[in-house]
Design a protein around this ligand. Sequence first.
Ligand SMILES: Nc1ncnc2c1ncn2[C@@H]1O[C@H](COP(=O)(O)OP(=O)(O)OP(=O)(O)O)[C@@H](O)[C@H]1O
Ligand SMILES: [Mg+2]
Length: 409
Amino acid sequence: MTRFFNVLNRFLAPAAAILAVVALWRLIASIRFSAVRDGWIALSHRQEVIYGISLIALLLWIVVLLGWIHSKRTLGATQGNKIMDILDRLTNRQALEARLQQDANSEIIDATALADALKSKVIGQDHVCDDISAQIRRRLALQQRGKPIGVFLFCGHPGTGKTYLAKQLALQCRRKLLHFDMTQFARGSGGSMLFGTPKGYVGSDSYGKLTAGLRDTPNAIVLLDEFEKAHPDVHTNFLTAWNDGFITEASDGRQISTTRAIFIITTNAGMEALDELQSRLENEAEELRKVSTNVLLENGIAPEVLSRIDRIFIFRRLHGLDVARVTALEIEAMIGSYGLLVREGGIDPEVLWKFMETQEKLAAHGSSRDLVRSIEESIADSLIEQKQAGQTSISLLYKDQKIIAVAGS
Ligand SMILES: Nc1ncnc2c1ncn2[C@@H]1O[C@H](COP(=O)(O)OP(=O)(O)OP(=O)(O)O)[C@@H](O)[C@H]1O
Ligand SMILES: [Mg+2]
């Protein structure tokens, strides 16, 4: 309809308008020069025909113009209906609408299910698993935020599961993990690896790793491991990401949204003091947050960074059987990396006891990871031998002050 009026308006309207103007001009001239007969302006037959046609043209033009304006106004509404018509004709619109609704609802997650899934993997950090799941649920439900879903800080001793929890979270939430070891960015220029290089400099033909990552997967979990080890200039680069909801790729100035991403920052800074605070203020979340912020400030995390953190999670040091659990899992993974399985009940409790003892002695200065590394060095050869002998599963025994791998039965 709009097209019809467009055509009419383009070709007919100018002609009608010219005729109307001529008619008006002639009419005025007639009034001035024509005789007045019986109170009416006297017109010749020719004049009457011309004026008649001109009047009809004028009316026609007005109708075309009004029709065109009306059809323009209703275009928005009719276009919407047209889309629905197409969907009704070519697909099952109701099913598609239901799918859209489902997608919108999928942003509302089951926090308890997520927490349970995390707790089944991450040992001794139930308080973090519960809290982060609730936080993510709340933040995902927000329709408008203009900032990332969350900027979370994980603090704690080495080997307490900070990186591991971030990885598990990505797995459970089915989000891609963009993992950055921030120790690589100890120099101020390190930011170009993450955010790209300005035009004219070497490397400006490709995007930075973070900008490219978020361009391709905007809903990723960005893990900034050991954040405090990066240069302060690199820290500053993240401020717009957290505050304004975008990062800028230096090579072409493109802004890339961070509003669908979750940022996780890990740090070992101030862990001794935080450890003490965590056990003292276990049930006073607000106070704990306040004092832990002060501790982190004193330990070199810049105030502008801290002010943008949504939540601080303090990881507990692992004790007793939790050390044994984590160690057993790590031993299993290490043996698995040689293509072997641990026989059920195959780790001598004495092996784990030795780990727990050493861990207590090392206190904050060592993690189960270091211990597993040392055990790997001592048993690697026997693992290879078992593998060569065609074994698929093995057991670990503690004998003569040594750990040995034997064939599992
Ligand atoms: N709480 C835990 N539950 C289960 N496994 C754990 C836990 N803590 C550590 N691990 C195991 O130890 C490995 C190392 O842990 P992780 O890298 O998460 O430590 P971290 O806290 O990030 O230490 P760092 O501060 O040195 O980076 C993990 O891959 C995992 O196998
Ligand atoms: Mg880590």
